[in-house]
Design a binder for this molecule. Structure first.
Ligand code: NAD
Ligand code: MG
Length: 297
């Protein structure tokens, strides 16, 4: 079985994506992925690195956020996940895995592109967890459009609301609850530096996330709150076949990386664990690129 611990060649650790994957409606569901993604559900081993911590993960129902929720719980954290109501089946699977790890799971459906819902989400997470000391802003909208003429004002607005505004609203609402020692982790992308021609709006939000994180990291460090970023490369999640890329690119997703394959969500979760835990106490304003070797600044 592929796992995170056995010494092996990372090129062959997972098979390359080579699939007839059909296009999915937005947001995709984990169960609609062929092959299924590896969230570390069968393999991730915690070592108590987040014992007693309380985490909110947006987009924690699937993909990178789902893998991170599983890892956080196995490291000893109680975890609230936010997701869109239509993702309830994916969310329930992650809730069950958090509970299997012996931790509290809080399921919070809602659309964070509305400021009221984004703020209510934080209140509900704090209520459900009895506090908050890890915030992972991970939810994202990515819809590929070939021509600028076809990129609607509504999509441009919605991509920014989901990826940038919600991060601002949620972080601002969370701050009064975050004690010294807390960690905020935002999810950027290789797209921040190497934008695809069809992801004009999305790539721009990811560059914004890098910049807002660097600014905020300096502002919050003296208060004892660390802000860092994970910037994934191509990772096999429902985001990509649900119009995130032209479907022919999805079918061989990640083949253009130096490792020659897409990453799996299980390979991203340890980066979030590291940045959430006290082990990374002197890491502030950093962007941890987890992208199969694509050059990044
Ligand atoms: P995913 O589809 O599993 O996760 C994205 C989640 O965002 C969804 O599950 C959904 O719950 C949430 N979301 C979207 N719009 C929302 C809204 N309006 N309200 C509430 N929740 C909403 O895909 P993923 O790839 O794991 O994405 C996680 C993050 O990783 C995103 O920020 C994405 O941009 C980033 N990322 C992904 C890749 C990749 O190749 N998969 C590469 C770079 C960056
Ligand atoms: Mg999802």
């Amino acid at each position: 079985m592929t796992d995170q611990y056995t010494f092996q060649n990372p090129v062959t650790q997972y098979a390359p994506i080579d699939t007839e994957q059909p296009e999915l409606a937005e947001p995709g569901l984990e169960t609609e992925l062929t092959p299924r993604a590896d969230l570390g559900q069968d393999t991730y081993r915690g070592t108590g690195r987040l014992t007693g911590r309380r985490a909110l993960i947006t987009g924690g129902d699937s993909g990178i956020g789902g893998a991170t929720a599983i890892a956080f719980a196995r490291e000893g954290a109680d975890v609230a996940i936010s997701y869109l109501p239509e993702e309830e089946p994916d969310a329930q699977r992650i809730v069950a895995l958090i509970e299997e790890a012996g931790r509290t799971a809080v399921a919070l459906p809602g659309d964070i592109s509305s400021p009221t819902a984004a703020r209510a989400l934080v209140d509900a997470a704090v209520d459900g967890l009895g506090g908050l000391d890890i915030l992972v802003n991970n939810a994202g909208k990515q819809v590929s459009i070939d021509k600028l003429e076809d990129l609607t004002d509504e999509q441009f607005d919605q991509t920014f609301k989901t990826n940038v505004y919600a991060l601002f609203w949620i972080t601002k609402a969370a701050l009064p609850h975050l004690p010294e020692g807390s960690s905020i982790i935002n999810t950027s992308s290789i797209q921040a530096y190497s934008p695809s021609e069809t992801l004009v709006d999305y790539a721009t939000t990811k560059a914004s996330i890098n910049t807002i994180s660097k600014a905020l990291a300096q502002q919050l460090a003296p208060r004892g709150i660390r802000v860092n970023v994970v910037a994934p490369g191509p990772v096999w999640t429902p985001l990509q076949p649900s119009k995130g890329q032209p479907i022919e690119k999805v079918q061989t997703f990640g083949s253009d990386t130096p490792l020659g394959r897409a990453g799996q969500p299980a390979e991203l979760a340890p980066a979030y664990v590291f940045l959430a835990s006290q082990e990374s106490s002197y890491v502030v304003g950093e962007t941890l690129n987890v992208n199969g070797g694509m050059p990044s600044p």
